[in-house]
Design a binder for this molecule. Structure first.
Ligand SMILES: [Zn+2]
Length: 67
């Protein structure tokens, strides 16, 4: 779980804590921020707007064939 280790190292293992720290809440574009920070990746296949951790992106691409 390299992603979990990275999160633990950078954010103390608590994403909600990270979000709170940066003032995110309902309605804030946290997905865009996560992508811009490099923590998440966007699919981008054929204009697909899916974004997530590297692990969830792999799942998404496996299910949809977006690669
Ligand atoms: Zn996609």
């Amino acid at each position: 779980m390299a992603e979990a280790a990275l999160l633990a190292a950078e954010y103390g293992g608590s994403v909600p804590q990270l979000l709170h720290k940066h003032g995110y809440g309902p309605g804030r574009p946290v997905t865009n921020e996560a992508v811009q920070s490099g923590a998440w990746s966007r699919c981008g296949y054929g204009g697909c707007n899916y974004a997530g951790t590297p692990e969830s992106l792999r799942n998404h691409q496996g299910k949809t064939g977006h690669r």
